[in-house]
Ligand binder design. Structure first.
Ligand code: LLP
Length: 405
């Protein structure tokens, strides 16, 4: 880590390729007795090299914008037929791109979207396979910002109204699936089973209405454990998840199961390395100021999310004491940890902020005009720069400041 930080600078995202491919294989193996496709949720980490690595191993992709769709196509054109397109605000241009690319499935989230997609498909003379994303009204225990499966959320179509909406698909749209996504960072398998059960019932109704439903898309959301002192066995987690879903899919029959894990595949494969710039005391409090900030990793600021922070080269003797680990951004919310028991840190030391592979770089911004970090992928003994550090020139390139005279 120290040598990577010296070579590529900090703040730096470092990912393990093996870890990511192993997580994908856990999923593929757990569901191997069923027709299924693991459609990695691109939003978790959309860096091209990661998409390419997953594409080569047979993954499909869940995208939520034209930009994500273009990323998958740039990583592997042939993956188009393994793409599902989710999201509540698809534009006509995004629909056209997806129709022309020949994606697997549109997850339609409103009647308005159904109408527009039908129009675009007719215009381009392209048939499209669609699923409605239904809102199953299932409660999940997670942060309110990332819970999505209840009636008061903006996502999906009320499951009680879905049957009527399916009847409205025009002749270019083929209703062949039902989708659901109940939220993110859900650590128990139970709500996934409950949602799938409701979807299975709807599928039975839809088949009676003579819609040839072949896909059940259960979304993503399987959580990880961010606290290193709490037990977490990824293999067991996936097994429990599969055990909650597979009997429902099997008893419904004739289905290909689509899964959209994001976090579970990439979160624990990545760390954000940051260098300590200063250590200062304000009254009782100790602040460790690093060169990484909320613009590089916003999860603590946005969701009060917990990430373990460890010194890369811990000293044996150092005593632990509470400190806030913060960045240089001019916001009180710019912190990675508050009142965290940490070994005494000194300027120049390198810290690793763990489990930052998901929703880290993909949520990074230029706030405070800070260039976004570089990313490195470690494959065995090899480390490859997969995104160079953004430069000030990159940031200024899109702007014009001609004087308004
Ligand atoms: N499918 C759909 C339709 C989604 O909206 C999401 C995540 C996923 C799949 C993948 O969920 P996952 O398996 O990664 O939990 N930025 C937040 C998480 C936002 C999740 C949004 N949707 C965070 O950092 O916790």
């Amino acid at each position: 880590m120290e040598s990577l930080a010296r070579r590529f600078g900090t703040p730096l995202y470092v990912y393990s390729a093996n870890h990511i491919t192993q997580r994908l294989e856990l999923f593929q193996l757990a569901f191997s007795s069923l027709p299924h496709l693991v459609c990695y949720a691109v939003k978790a980490n959309s860096t091209l090299a990661i998409l390419q690595m997953l594409a080569c191993r047979g993954a499909g992709f869940d995208v939520v914008s034209g930009g994500e769709l273009e990323r998958v196509l740039a990583a592997d054109r042939a993956a188009a037929e393994r793409i599902v397109f989710s999201g509540i605000g698809k534009t006509a241009a995004e629909m056209d791109l997806a129709l022309r690319s020949g994606i697997l499935l549109f997850n339609v989230e409103s009647e308005g979207e159904l109408e527009l997609l039908s129009e675009r498909a007719a215009k381009l003379r392209k048939r499209a396979q669609i699923a409605l994303r239904v809102n199953p009204d299932v409660f999940t225990e997670t942060h309110p910002y990332i819970s999505t499966g209840m009636r008061e959320h903006k996502f999906g179509i009320d499951i009680r109204r879905a049957r009527a909406v399916y009847r409205k698909a025009g002749k270019y749209l083929e209703p062949c699936g039902v989708s659901v996504h109940i939220g993110s960072q859900i650590r128990s398998a139970e709500p996934f089973g409950a949602a799938a059960q409701r979807v299975a019932k709807l599928i039975a109704d839809l088949r009676r209405d003579e819609h040839p439903i072949r896909f059940m898309d259960v979304g993503g959301g399987l959580g990880i454990e961010y606290h290193s002192d709490r037990p977490f066995d990824p293999e067991e987690k996936v097994r429990q998840y599969a055990a909650a879903l597979m009997p429902i899919v099997e008893s419904t029959g004739g289905l290909t199961l689509l899964l959209e894990p994001g976090r579970f595949l990439v979160a624990q494969a990545g760390a954000l390395l940051a260098r300590v710039l200063y250590v200062k005391k304000n009254g009782e409090k100790t602040f460790v100021i690093t060169d990484g900030a909320m613009n590089d990793l916003i999860r603590p600021a946005l969701y009060q999310a917990f990430h373990e922070i460890v010194p890369v080269a811990p000293r044996r003797s150092s005593r632990r004491a509470p400190a806030d680990v913060v960045g240089p951004v001019c916001e009180t919310g710019d912190f990675f940890a508050r009142d965290r028991e940490l070994p005494a840190l000194q300027p120049g030391e390198l810290v690793a902020i763990l489990d930052a592979g998901a929703y880290g770089m993909s949520l990074a911004s230029n706030y405070n005009s800070r260039p976004r970090p570089a990313e490195v992928l470690v494959e065995g003994k090899r480390a490859r720069l997969i995104r160079r550090r953004e430069t000030i020139e990159d940031m200024l390139a899109q702007e014009r400041a001609e004087a308004l005279l």
